[in-house]
Design a protein around this ligand. Structure first.
Ligand SMILES: Nc1ncnc2c1ncn2[C@@H]1O[C@H](COP(=O)(O)OP(=O)(O)O)[C@@H](O)[C@H]1O
Ligand SMILES: [Mg+2]
Length: 431
């Protein structure tokens, strides 16, 4: 019997331990590349999960189809048609029947096609037999949409790509609420206090203040990358990223008005993608504008922080943002909410807790209006913790950084059989 599937997959214990070490499933950062994926399901539940995976932002570059019919439908289909990069098969039955079906499928499957099996038996013998037949991944139902995406990400993660950087976008519910100030201080806390390598991209091209806030005047910056056209590659990004400190790099905005900045999302997306390949954390400081590229940049970020001041206009705008994100990012974490400039004397305000409750969000940070501190820091080109190390706001930025990095989250392994077995070993029943 010839095995049509490639035997040397990155499955087995190495992949399994990588899977077990993966953070919560909603935090899968990788975008799948331009691959074709076809799924054949046996049950409505797995069909629904894969349909949802199909509409997730992380599969936006793939061509993915999901249908019912299981292995039988797949065999029939591939007798006539070429196989895609990935076939996902749900197998309702197990044992010899499943193995026989897979052998039949192997006869009609291309060598390089990767097969992901979704089964209903949590059985290590079966797992071994599947791996021996060159199956790339075995997931145990029930699965969520992100489990399937994570499994495919593992298959297509090239050397080092597993480390792909996560992006976090900051947007203000109104202009002037301090979104940039908070993004910059957040990036600073990530790099100084959490000792992460961080890149900060100032996407407010005509008016951005990242250069001023960090007291830096780089000769080149983000605009050179966005408008580089064909010359754009990792080496250019590396050259343009301005080393602000040991761990913080800056993509400063030109902050000049000598040209128009009618951007298209594709050019920004390329810069973001390449930067994420170089730096594990990318902070995106978005301007308070609404057009194609700001919308798409926001929707495609791994995490989002909404900064608002506690008044009605901010609440209305934040609500619209939250509703939009809910609609387009069903498998992602909720946005983080920061209320800033709280307690302006004589200003009637909505209480921060009520503000958060109206949005059905947890309040991630509340920062007082302190014009003396923030004004001094801004004028001196300093971060808040440099201007006043023990300031409450400096602590809030550290907390926010910890929240976003997920230091408060319990890691959850992917739903592979081996990850489940590993979890059982760690927590034997009754102990
Ligand atoms: N908590 C605060 N207290 C006082 N002033 C603040 C506070 N947060 C931000 N600011 C000031 O508000 C102004 C606008 O901030 P900025 O970050 O540019 O807002 P945005 O990016 O939302 O337009 C800046 O002068 C900044 O120093
Ligand atoms: Mg701004």
């Amino acid at each position: 019997m010839t095995l049509a599937f490639d035997q040397e997959r990155n499955s087995g214990p190495a992949a399994a331990s990588a899977a077990a070490a993966m953070p919560g499933s909603a935090q899968v950062a990788t975008l799948l590349p331009r691959i074709s994926i076809q799924a054949f399901c046996d049950t409505r539940e797995v069909f629904a999960a894969l349909e949802e995976a199909r509409s997730d932002r992380r599969t936006s570059r793939t061509q993915m189809s999901v249908q019912m019919g299981g292995v039988a439908a797949a065999i029939e289909f591939y007798e006539e048609s070429p196989t895609p990069n990935v076939v996902i098969l749900e197998c309702g039955h197990s044992g010899d029947r499943l193995l026989a079906d897979l052998d039949r499928l192997a006869e009609v499957c291309d060598q390089e096609t990767q097969v992901v099996v979704v089964g209903h038996a949590n059985d290590v013998m079966l797992y071994r037999q599947l791996m021996a037949r060159g199956v790339s991944e075995y997931l145990v139902a029930p699965i969520g949409p992100v489990d399937a995406i994570a499994a495919m990400c593992r298959l297509f993660a090239q050397e080092g790509q597993q480390q792909i950087g996560r992006s976090v976008a900051f947007i203000g519910a109104k202009g002037g609420v301090g979104a940039s100030t908070i993004a910059h201080n957040f990036a600073w806390a990530m790099s100084q206090d959490l000792t992460k390598n961080v890149a900060l991209a100032d996407l407010d091209l005509p008016f951005g203040t990242a250069g001023l806030d960090f007291n830096q005047d780089p000769a080149q910056g983000i605009a050179d990358a966005i408008f580089a056209g064909d010359r754009l590659d990792e080496a250019l990004i590396d050259k343009l990223l301005w080393k602000c400190t040991e761990r913080l790099s800056l993509f400063a905005a030109p902050s000049t008005l000598d040209r128009d900045y009618d951007l298209d999302f594709e050019s920004i997306e390329s810069v973001i993608d390449l930067t994420r390949g170089l730096v594990p954390h990318l902070v995106l400081d978005l301007p308070h504008q609404w057009n194609g590229w700001t919308r798409q940049t926001l929707l495609s970020a791994d995490d989002i922080v909404i900064v608002a001041a506690p008044d009605l206009g901010n609440l209305r705008n934040a609500k619209n943002l939250v509703d939009l994100l809910k609609q387009h990012r069903r498998n992602d974490r909720q946005p983080f909410l920061v209320l800033n400039q709280v307690g302006i004397p004589k200003r009637p305000e909505i209480a921060p807790r009520e503000f958060a409750a109206a949005l059905d969000l947890v309040l991630s940070a509340e920062i007082a209006f302190d014009p003396q501190l923030f004004g001094t820091a801004a004028n001196n080109g300093q971060m808040i913790s440099e201007a006043q190390a023990n300031a409450k706001a400096a602590d809030a930025f550290r907390q926010l950084a910890r929240c976003v990095v997920g230091q408060n989250d319990t890691p959850r392994g992917a739903n592979t059989l081996i990850a489940q077995l590993m979890a059982r070993l760690k927590h034997p029943k009754g102990k």
